[in-house]
Write a new protein. Sequence first.
Length: 189
Amino acid sequence: MKAETRKEEIINTAAKLFKERGYSAVTMRDLATAMGIKAASLYNHITSKQEILKAIIIAIAEEFTRGMDIIINAKISNISKLKQIVALHVNITANNTNGMASLNNDWMHLEDQLEYYLQLRNDYENNFLEIIKQGIIANEMKQSNPEIIMFSMLTTLRSLYLWIPKKEDLNANDLAQNLNEVLIEGINN
């Protein structure tokens, strides 16, 4: 495992503070204090708090985009694609719960990258919705409102960052499998 760079350490510490307090409430001085350095020293590695937020959110959004691209191009059933989307969310969230908090709660504070982020999110959701629609057309899923299916799944998947840190013995593969049973296969016998 490679050593964390100072910039990565700053970004990771900031993500933790953003999760705890929210982006707007965290100052560069707060970040420096959390790192045990002077605020001026931060500027040797980053230019602004906005740069940190962009680094957190855009990196995760692009990771979701890359994952979705692989999923939509896979030659598998639509149900299998949905299961892979669940696994994608679990894995990204399990590896970066603090960053996911910023993605979900602080995206609106992006400045010059806001349009880019919104395009990534819209494309992701449109691909997700299309997989559901194709699954219904192919009779892999029951006739239901595709937008409600997507909303229900995304609401759960987007809130994993709140739940995962409370589970000390979490196995991401088991969690993805269990979520697939509930979200895709349903809860009835």
